[in-house]
Write a protein that binds this ligand. Structure first.
Ligand code: E4P
Length: 217
């Protein structure tokens, strides 16, 4: 499974990228607002750090405006993926972007039929929002599983990008059901490394190595 960072925070992106496990990045208007950055300047900087697809989201909701905005975003860097909301004007735009060779990430997906339509429009990625579904007392992972199955049944090349990830367990589950990618906040990516038994075990190995260095023949 490819691992993307869900962030627009350059120092966080740099820190995680230095671990060598990053395949891409996703941003959205809320993440950009959180760090007080404009999309036009933030995205090229992220693309310098992350060697992989970087999603940049449009904020237009009608076909022509989505096209104008998305084409401008795509020109920022060769790795830009234009993120488009799952509305009918958005799907129309995805079809056109696909014809033009512009990669797309269809966002705000909350049902399997929405995902089917996004794939038919030619989306490169579909982003089902796992955590936000869980927040409504429904099982977000079921949706990921349904989409993976439907895409497999019909050999649809759209990649399932598990989004709105809230815990390391979400990452495990998304990988178990065959999501192609997961976009994960920096804090959770760091949690993926940690295990208390690793820390306890390492402490013991280091202490024993020190002891034996002093006494071993
Ligand atoms: C990423 O593409 C999505 O915009 C993001 O994962 C949404 O996450 P949230 O539900 O935590 O805001």
């Amino acid at each position: 499974m490819k691992l993307f960072i869900d962030s627009a925070d350059l120092s966080e992106i740099k820190e995680i990228a230095s671990m060598g496990i990053l395949d891409g990045c996703t941003t959205n208007p809320s993440l950009l607002a959180k760090v007080g950055r404009k999309i036009e300047t933030a995205i090229p900087e992220i693309c310098e750090i992350v060697d992989g697809p970087v999603s940049a989201e449009v904020v237009s909701v009608n076909y022509e405006e989505i096209l104008t905005e998305g084409r401008a975003l795509a020109k920022l860097h060769k790795n830009v993926v234009v993120k488009v909301p799952l509305i009918s004007e958005g799907l129309k735009a995805v079809k056109t972007f696909t014809k033009e060779g512009i990669k797309t990430n269809v966002t705000l997906c909350f049902s399997a039929t929405q995902a089917l339509l996004a794939a038919k429009a030619g989306a490169t990625f579909i982003s089902p929002f796992l955590g936000r579904i869980d927040d409504t007392s429904h099982e977000g992972m079921e949706l990921i599983e349904q989409i993976v199955t439907i895409y497999q049944n019909y050999d649809l090349p759209t990649q399932v990008l598990a989004a709105s990830i809230r815990s390391p367990y979400h990452v495990t589950q998304a990988a178990m059901v065959g999501a192609h990618c997961a976009t994960i906040p920096g804090s959770i990516l760091k949690q993926l490394i940690k295990h208390p038994l690793t820390d306890i075990g390492l402490e013991k190995f280091l202490a024993d190595a020190k002891k034996s260095a002093a006494t071993a023949k």
